[in-house]
Design a protein around this ligand. Structure first.
Ligand code: CA
Length: 225
């Protein structure tokens, strides 16, 4: 398990490093934001412990840039500023957890363990999905069928991604409503049927085989046959 610490206070960095090494982690330290960002971007860490107040580039900016460059390494932010505003900002920028200085070392190791465990339990989702000649990339948001780009709205995209990630599995309207619209299913609305209709028009109408199938009385399934 490799951990990167980005912390300019040498004493604090040394204290964390030593403690984590005793626990069995391999630890590297960056003492300023610029080096920290560069090291974080090579992406070979299981966790990044990131101070907020850093020379050159601050921790919030590093967090933001790492997430923008699609680095998904869990980030634990450290700061002396324990205000709610900072916490919210950190989470908004993609931090996974937050620890206010000064902290007990036991608290830090508990967070570290929890974050690494959580990351291992939820393996990174595949970004390129393919069913027959239908392809979807969840990073670039590009969808093609038989190599032809297909324009989808944001909701259509989410719906298609959900169907593709669950290829072969019948999804009820209630499943879809909860997952895509974040609402519990209301029998008075046909919004899901309508969106399935839109999707079919775009991804199935001019192509074979048809991929979206209706399972009468049960829901929808995306599959080859
Ligand atoms: Ca600092």
């Amino acid at each position: 398990m490799n951990i990167l610490i980005v912390e300019d206070e040498q004493k604090v960095a040394a204290f964390i490093k030593k403690g984590l090494e005793v626990t069995g982690y391999v630890v590297e330290v960056a003492f300023d934001g610029q080096i920290g960002l560069r090291m974080g971007q090579n992406g070979s860490y299981d966790l990044i412990i990131l101070d907020v107040n850093l020379p050159i580039i601050n921790g919030f900016e590093i967090c933001k840039q790492l997430r923008e460059s699609n680095i998904k390494t869990p980030i634990l932010m450290l700061t002396a500023l324990g205000t709610t505003k900072d916490k919210v900002l950190g989470f908004d920028l993609g931090a996974d957890d937050y620890l206010v200085k000064p902290f007990e070392f036991e608290e830090l190791t508990a967070r570290v363990k929890a974050l690494i465990k959580r990351a291992k339990a939820a393996p990174l989702l595949q970004t390129t999905l393919k069913v027959v000649d239908l392809e979807l990339n969840s990073d670039s948001k590009i969808v093609t069928r038989n190599g032809i780009p297909i324009e989808l709205t944001a909701k259509e995209f989410l719906l298609l991604e959900y169907l593709m990630r669950n290829k072969g599995k019948v999804l009820s309207r209630a499943d879809i409503a909860e997952k895509i619209w974040d609402i519990s299913f209301d029998t008075g609305t046909n919004v899901i049927d309508l969106y399935i209709f839109y999707l079919r028009k775009k991804i199935d109408k001019d192509f074979t085989p048809k991929l979206i199938h209706t399972q009468v009385g049960m829901g929808y399934v995306l599959k080859e046959k």
